[in-house]
Design a protein around this ligand. Sequence first.
Ligand code: PLP
Length: 364
Amino acid sequence: MKNLVPEHIKNSKLYPPGWPIEEVKRKYGIEKIVKLNSNENCLGPSPMAVKAVAGAAADINLYPDNSAYYLKNRLAEQHGVSPEHIILGNGSNELVQFIIMTFLQPGEEILTAKPTFLLYGIMGRVMGGRVEEIPLKDYSFDLERMAEKISSKTKIIFISNPNNPTGTIVDRDLLEMFIESIPEDVILVLDEAYSEYVTSSNYPDSMESARHGRNIIILKTFSKAFGLAGVRIGYAAAPPDLVSYMERIREPFNASVIAQRAALAALDDKGHLQRTIKNNCDGIDYMYAQLQRMNLFHVPTQANFIFIRLGPKAETICEDLMKEGVLVRSLSDFDMPDYIRVTIGLPEENRRFVEILDKTIAGL
Ligand SMILES: Cc1ncc(COP(=O)(O)O)c(C=O)c1O
């Protein structure tokens, strides 16, 4: 008898999303929720994007523009590349899938870090690949060790920059050296989902490499600083030959009418982006001060979340916070059960988190 389900599917894991608001309301009967578990934009979507979505509603009987002419041109202009360098995804998650489906062949391997964004490993395994995970060093990607680990089987390297869940970046010089050490038949994916929040002057200009034809794919998303997580739209920038092969995997019309219009409007709303970044910087300062007061170890962040050590009771503390309506991310799924990841919220949300955390820790 045939094996109904391939072994690599049987052995693969589900992606564990942060708890949705509705589920917590149902489970605990709480009305007011502070959602700091999925790194969404706490300011909400850009009002201009909301207006564009309302306008697009009248056109949802029509298929979207499969070539996404306006959005691709706009993104190309912004990044100094041609529209042929850009491919859109139903969120950047879908692009992770496209990359692996397009380029990974049987017996080839994916190289990444641990802990990092879980999807690289999950998708790699679900598609039958072997995934090599190099432990972080000082909470950052250990590029030296990763370079040593590149073998003739290595095909795709995923770097989350900034890294989810630690918030650290790979800086320009180290990345440049790493790129020099990568063989030409290996594809480097730089996932820059949180790049808009970065304040460090050492952050690499990765587009420069894509412009110069290196086998580098840069992932960007509208889900974080642009506030469109619910719409599902992201993109990759890469040399046009790589994009042309990924286009063969892409389902037609994967970027909806609503997603394309919302993204264009969000790009136009510079004020909303600036307010988002300012709120994040202020929130980070507040959190650092409070975490220092509470004597809790945390890693300086370049993203819109912060990685905090709570010790062996971290999971219980997460549960207790949830019962009070404060959702944060336990990092047990990342095999770091002593840590949590907390999205920077609005000032009152950050204060609420600190207040409940103080109370919870005092009651332990
Ligand atoms: C590093 C990283 N990449 C990609 C994503 C997913 O983004 P999208 O909503 O565009 O699929 C996330 C979301 O949490 C992330 O943390």
